[in-house]
Design a protein around this ligand. Sequence first.
Ligand SMILES: [Zn+2]
Ligand SMILES: [Zn+2]
Length: 348
Amino acid sequence: MSSEEPSAATSRDPQPVHARGAELRTDPLTGQQVIMAPGRSLRPHAFDPEAKGESAPAYVETCPLCPGNEHQTPPTILTLTRPGSQTWAVRVVSNLYPIVSAPGSKLENGEGPAPSAATGVHELVIETPEHNRDLPDRDAEEMRLLLEAFAQRLSHLEGRRATKHVVIFKNHGAEAGASLQHPHSQIAALDFVPLEVRRRVRAARRYLEANASCVVCDIVRHETEARTRIVRESDEFLVFAPYASLTAGQVLVVPRIHAPSFGTASRVQREDLGRVLPALLGRVRDAFAGPSYNLVLHTAPKRSRNDAALHWYWELTPRLTRTGGLELGTGLAINTMLPEDVAALLRP
Ligand SMILES: [Zn+2]
Ligand SMILES: [Zn+2]
């Protein structure tokens, strides 16, 4: 052979190279490029069995989020209870270790041409009093209260004058960045719009100008016709592995009704979401051996709440693989699982 490039036949990779070649796809929501390289999908570290919740007990005396330890968390901001119950079902507190400074706080030792303080509000949502009650195990009432807490805090935090963008997210398991095992999620009200969020807004606006329709609505239409990447369908939501999934196992939960902000979701939509999310997470838990995951709400920045280009949705990212040097060096995403295969795996 004259070529110095290693061919599939001479590669020392012990895994067989997938019959289908690597493919470059572009995410219409971000403009981000992703290499679909399914031949690499079965390497070690593919699944992270560590975060399995089944073995954890329902109550842990030393857990600051378990009932009885309320004094160990900052004061409660919001408490929701089941009808007729005396004890809390969902609690929202200030985050003890906020990622943003309190507004007005001075930046000490700031360097660079224009040092500025990252200010905002960072809250912790304690989703359930039970230490081991993961999302797939929740009933409709628990989900109703959790989504109610998200909606109430989103509305309240957008009411702050300084707030520019609110992000609601859940880190589950160490691989997803969670430092506490007790089921919780987080809400950050940022006094600035992050660059990545602005990039998504710009991409959606450009798409609207070019096509006279919302990019997310068009994706929903396309996926509904193609059917190859659908994970689950309900009256209100389409759940699918996006065509240009940036990571292995990524799934979007998209409302069929076009709206820029989760804040306008109806009671019917929230009830449906309360069924869809636990069912989806249950399939993910089974299919990927209880992986760590991130669940992130993409909702419009505050000043774009009425922007017709934007369409809210939830993004689920199981942490099945790790980022390497190619990603860091090029900004490319590498996805080792075809979304078509992910959808087949996660379908009920
Ligand atoms: Zn706990
Ligand atoms: Zn739309």
